[in-house]
Design a protein. Structure first.
Length: 370
């Protein structure tokens, strides 16, 4: 079968990402039944060990699509109502009028108005949104901190609202997805991560995708280098980390191959029903952590590219690692890439991230792949 992408061009583009400053990058491109996987750079800057196609990465907020799909499976079964107030399920977590006004749908779509908890959980870190005030050592100080979802949710719920329930634009908040984890546990009687593993990961046949059972990544993996806007020089490895601070919002470990397979199945209607998938693809504007407007549905982002139209997927970032997965609207073309460096942009005097050659290099990979 003839493909519409050039493997040599793609490999050159990956090398350009590495040359621009990313230690290592892995990408898998699928054009119907044709699969190409490329790598560039190193998994460990001390040993120069290369990244390999099978390496596992923490994929951050791509976890949200898995959590959303688990909720939608229960919606399909009639166990959860998308437009039921969260206070009906979790009255102690979101009490009173807010619990009556915020629906399950609003949580999944980030239109609940609930504040992000991270500035409060990492009080010494001030991770979001005051990144300019972050001290480099504060990330390391919390490397092994064990957080509890109930405490984190309370921080987000008690913080000033970012908007009215159901209002637009929504504001991206991990508080929403920790509540969805509580909802899964309340309805199913088992931990959210176990339910997502059984109903989504195992059902999809994803052999290299899992929630962490400890602070380390099992299996072949790259080290995860965090620059924190140039405050770590050189960038520091944070691949060993307690991910309880994000849980079912952003703690998943996976590979580029597994992620392409998952999104292909999801968009084919093989993970949730066609009716549920239609709900996932109803989008509204949401303000991201970076202050950008994204087109967000129920755990799915819609990205429109100039030369290739609409794509569905998600982006993710944790300390030292990031991933992007995009699938064309007709489910024939896919790209998933993972990198082992994050927050490479320096900040200007007002605390805004400045352009970096890595940004353009990654855009070139996306354009050529899709």
């Amino acid at each position: 079968m003839t493909t519409t992408f050039d493997p040599e061009q793609l490999q050159t583009a990956l090398e350009a990402v590495h040359q621009a400053g990313v230690p290592g990058i892995v990408a898998e491109v699928r054009d119907r039944d044709h699969i190409w996987c490329g790598t560039a750079g190193v998994a460990d800057t001390a040993t120069d060990g290369p990244v390999t196609a099978d390496m596992r990465f923490r994929v951050g907020s791509l976890t949200k699509t898995f959590t959303s799909a688990a909720i939608l499976r229960l919606v399909d079964d009639g166990a959860i109502g998308l437009d039921t107030p969260i206070g009906d399920y979790l009255p102690e977590s979101v009490p009173g009028e807010r619990g009556s006004a915020i629906t399950v749908r609003m949580l999944i779509s980030h239109t609940s108005g609930l504040h992000e908890y991270l500035p409060y959980a990492y009080s010494s870190l001030a991770a979001f949104p005051n990144v300019a005030q972050t001290t480099p050592d504060s990330l390391a100080d919390n490397r092994f901190t064990e957080f509890h979802a109930t405490d984190l949710i309370a921080m987000g719920v008690s913080a000033p609202a970012t908007g009215t329930p159901g209002g637009h634009p929504g504001v991206y908040s991990n508080t929403n997805y920790l509540l969805l984890g509580q909802l899964l546990e309340s309805v199913t009687g088992i931990a959210a991560e176990k339910f997502i593993t059984r109903e989504i990961i195992e059902r999809a046949g994803l052999r290299d995708t899992e929630f962490p059972s400890g602070t380390s990544i099992t299996g072949p993996h790259a080290l995860h280098y965090e620059s924190w806007f140039g405050m770590f020089e050189p960038p520091r490895d944070f691949s060993v980390y307690n991910m309880s601070f994000v849980g079912p919002a952003a703690s998943l470990i996976s590979t580029v191959s597994d992620l392409n397979h998952f999104y292909s199945l999801l968009l084919a209607g093989d993970i949730v029903s066609r009716e549920a998938l239609e709900q996932m693809q109803r989008t509204a504007p949401v303000v991201s952590f970076e202050g950008k407007l994204i087109d967000y549905g129920l755990g799915l982002q819609r990205t429109t590219l100039p030369d290739s139209g609409i794509h569905w997927g998600h982006e993710g970032s944790v300390w030292g690692a990031g991933a992007i997965s995009l699938t064309s609207a007709d489910n024939t073309r896919q790209l998933t890439l993972a990198v082992n460096l994050q927050r490479w942009n320096r900040l200007d005097g007002s605390g805004r991230p400045q352009p970096h050659p890595i940004d353009e290099a990654l855009h070139t990979v996306i354009r050529l792949a899709l």
